[in-house]
Structures are given as structure tokens and as C-alpha cells.
Write a protein that binds this ligand. Structure first.
Ligand SMILES: Cc1cc2nc3c(=O)[nH]c(=O)nc-3n(C[C@H](O)[C@H](O)[C@H](O)COP(=O)(O)OP(=O)(O)OC[C@H]3O[C@@H](n4cnc5c(N)ncnc54)[C@H](O)[C@@H]3O)c2cc1C
Length: 343
């Protein structure tokens, strides 16, 4: 089933009624894929366009993802979420949206190849891009260190898995101390390593003392081998850590919304209302790109809220009106009925 109108070319005429989606979802991480499942199950005409770099692909194994008591690897979770969305007919296209504009109530989004989608609503599920430290050996070594848990990017996600390990946080000095104190729940041995030479504030220095966090000199080299990271400090000393947490900030993928004038916080993450709508009517944002906690469960919760709000905002798509529902939906529903009868 292809429930959505195909994209047209940038140089073609503007949107037609028939060629306009109920919703375009930009990004197919946990947030975007969950929104796709919900909206497809609401029998809406949707499309998903995705750049293929979900943060979840880095997750060696998540143990705080609801419903997976024995853990789930990020790529396996993405596969399941994609299978679920596609089972309800959500079309997912590989591509990177580079332009988003609005004329009246209709959004037009175009990708780098000049394909354009028109939609009454847009869900931005574009996530963030982490700023990572320079590791000897480059990207391949970085990936190996993340896969081994020797470099961890989310203390809320996997602090538990780092229990009793020798840990370090690399960040601007006050952030390094605060994150190190957070990690003291899990380990007695946590160092704060300033990203660059700077003195901590009096408050953070006191925090470090009271939490028994050692503030080390700046790192001059970071290496990974055999499941551990080794830091060489500016004073020549070396220390091996089971896990290093870099907290160096990120780039929120909010540019498309920013060009439309959507409200952003100081980290350029999107500010939304209680239905996940940005300050632009019809433009919703979910997951990491939103000013909120960066977690899978948060992204899928955002998705449920946004998708339901969008369905309720759209004109009704009553069952007896085939034009208001995606092509092929009859076959899909019949197939589901048949499967249910067989079960
Ligand atoms: C190493 C690591 C471990 C983690 N462990 C956990 C964990 O155990 N538990 C947990 O809850 N969370 C964990 N997280 C966080 C989790 O991965 C994120 O919270 C989650 O992936 C956010 O989902 P999202 O859908 O908002 O964004 P993402 O998953 O990042 O997906 C965004 C998608 O949008 C696409 N995109 C961006 N811009 C465009 C564009 N212009 N056009 C088209 N597509 C675009 C990207 O290519 C990407 O595919 C971890 C993260 C990392 C890095």
C-alpha cells in the first residue's frame, strides 16, 4: 500500500488538494517512527523523511527502555519501531530536508535532491547532534569506544551500568563537576576533567569537595584500547577509566523551524506547548530537538501527544469517505482482520 501522495519536484506547481499530506514527519528516530505509527493508525495521509542518523543507532544496549527487561540495542529498537510504522502503511523515505516554508496553512518541505512534500502539519523529530571529544584513532575508534561502553553519552541512560566503575566526566569545569556528582550515585570513584583550563565557581568547588569528586587537570590526550579509556593530563600524568562521559554540548537540529521563526531556548531547542506544538501553528516538535529530557521514553511520549493533537486538529476523516483516508487502507484493514481471525 502506498497511502501518501508522491513528492513532487521543486520546480513544479504548488500543492494540490490531492497532493497534500495530512502530516509530514521529518526524522525517523524513536520519536518520528512512533508518531508515524500513531498517525497511520488514525488513517491519516502521512510521509516520513529521514536522514538516517538517529542517536539511538549508537546505543550498544539500553536497559531503561520500557518493556525490555533484558535490554535492547539501539539498531534493533529502531528496526522494530520502523517495522511497526510500516505495518500500518507509513511510507519512509531516505532524504534530508533542507528547506521548510509555509504558505497559508500549507507547509512545503524539500530535500537535498529537490523532492518536495506538501503537508497541513509537520512533525519535527530531528533530534540533536552530540559534540564529541577528539579520540586518538578518529571516528572508528570512537564508535568502538561507545560500543564497548568505555565512552558513554548519557548518564541518565546508563549510569546504572557504570556502577562501581572508575569514571570521568569531560566538560566545561562546572558542568564536569555537576555531572560527576550525579554519577556519584553509581560509583565512589568519579573524576571531573575540565575541557579547558578554568577554575570552578566557588559553589561547584564546594560541591566537588563535599561529594569527593576529584577535579583533574585538562586532558592533553584521550585514547581507547581494550575496553577502557586512558587520559593523559596536561601535567603528564595518565589515568585509565572504565568509562568517560563527555558532556560537551550538542547542536539541536532545529534550523528548519528556526527559519520559520519558531521559539527556541538558549540551546536552540524548540519550545512547545502541552500538545507539542511549536510557536508556529501546525508545526509540532518531539524528542531530543525539544527543550526537555533526552530519552527514548520522552520522545515516544511526545510522539503520542503530538500525533493525537494533529489528528484532532485535522478535518474529520470519516470511514464512509474514502477520499479522506489513505489509498489502500481497505486492503490493510481487511488484512488485519484476517490476521486477527487466524490468531
Ligand atoms: C550512546 C547513546 C546511548 C543512549 N542510551 C539511551 C538509553 O539507554 N535510553 C534512552 O532512553 N535514551 C538513550 N539515548 C538517547 C536516545 O538515543 C535519544 O533520546 C533518542 O534517540 C531521541 O529520539 P529522537 O527521535 O528525538 O531523535 P533521533 O533518534 O536522534 O532521530 C532523529 C532523526 O532525524 C533525522 N534528521 C535530522 N535532521 C533531518 C532533516 N533535516 N531531514 C531529514 N531527517 C533529519 C536524523 O537523521 C535522525 O534519523 C542514548 C543516546 C546515545 C547517543
Amino acid at each position: 500500500m502506498d497511502p501518501a501522495p508522491a513528492p513532487d519536484r521543486r520546480d513544479e506547481d504548488g500543492p494540490t488538494e490531492a497532493g497534500t499530506l495530512d502530516c509530514l514527519i521529518i526524522g525517523a528516530g524513536p520519536g518520528g517512527l512512533t508518531a508515524a505509527t500513531y498517525l497511520a493508525r488514525f488513517l491519516r495521509r502521512i510521509a516520513v523523511v529521514d536522514g538516517g542518523s538517529s542517536r539511538a543507532r549508537w546505543i550498544p544496549e539500553s536497559h531503561n527502555c520500557p518493556g525490555f527487561p533484558f535490554g535492547v540495542a539501539g539498531p534493533a529498537l529502531l528496526r522494530k519501531l520502523r517495522d511497526q510504522a510500516e505495518a500500518y502503511g507509513a511510507p519512509i523515505t531516505q532524504g534530508r530536508i533542507v528547506e521548510l516554508r509555509r504558505a497559508g496553512d500549507i507547509f512545503t518541505a524539500c530535500d537535498a535532491d529537490g523532492r518536495c512534500w506538501h503537508a497541513r502539519n509537520v512533525v519535527l523529530a530531528t533530534g540533536i547532534v552530540d559534540r564529541l571529544p577528539r579520540l586518538e584513532g578518529g571516528d572508528a575508534t570512537l564508535e568502538a569506544a561507545i560500543a564497548a561502553g568505555a565512552m558513554r553519552l548519557c548518564a541518565v541512560c546508563d549510569g546504572f551500568e557504570a556502577s562501581d566503575d572508575r569514571l570521568a566526566v569531560i566538560a566545561p569545569v562546572d558542568d564536569a563537576i555537576r555531572h560527576a556528582v550525579f554519577l556519584r550515585t553509581f560509583s565512589r570513584r568519579v573524576d571531573a576533567i575540565p575541557e579547558r583550563d578554568a577554575q570552578p565557581s566557588a559553589e561547584c568547588a564546594a560541591l566537588a569537595r563535599s561529594a569527593h569528586v576529584t577535579v583533574r587537570p585538562v586532558a592533553s590526550q584521550l585514547q581507547y584500547a581494550d575496553g577502557a579509556c586512558t587520559v593523559t593530563f596536561a601535567d603528564g600524568a595518565r589515568q585509565q577509566y572504565d568509562s568517560v562521559y563527555p558532556v560537551l554540548g550538542c547542536t539541536a537540529q532545529s534550523q528548519l523551524a528556526a527559519t520559520l521563526g519558531a521559539r527556541l531556548d538558549e540551546n536552540r531547542e524548540l519550545i512547545v506547548d502541552d500538545r507539542q506544538q511549536t510557536s508556529i501553528a501546525g508545526l509540532y516538535a518531539i524528542g531530543d530537538v525539544v527543550s526537555a529530557l533526552n530519552q527514548i521514553s520522552v520522545a515516544v511520549g511526545h510522539a503520542a501527544i503530538a500525533a493525537t493533537a494533529i489528528h484532532n486538529r485535522l478535518p474529520p476523516n470519516f470511514r464512509e469517505d474514502p477520499d479522506s483516508q489513505p489509498d489502500g487502507v481497505q486492503d490493510l484493514v481487511a488484512a488485519k482482520d484476517a490476521t486477527a481471525r487466524m490468531a
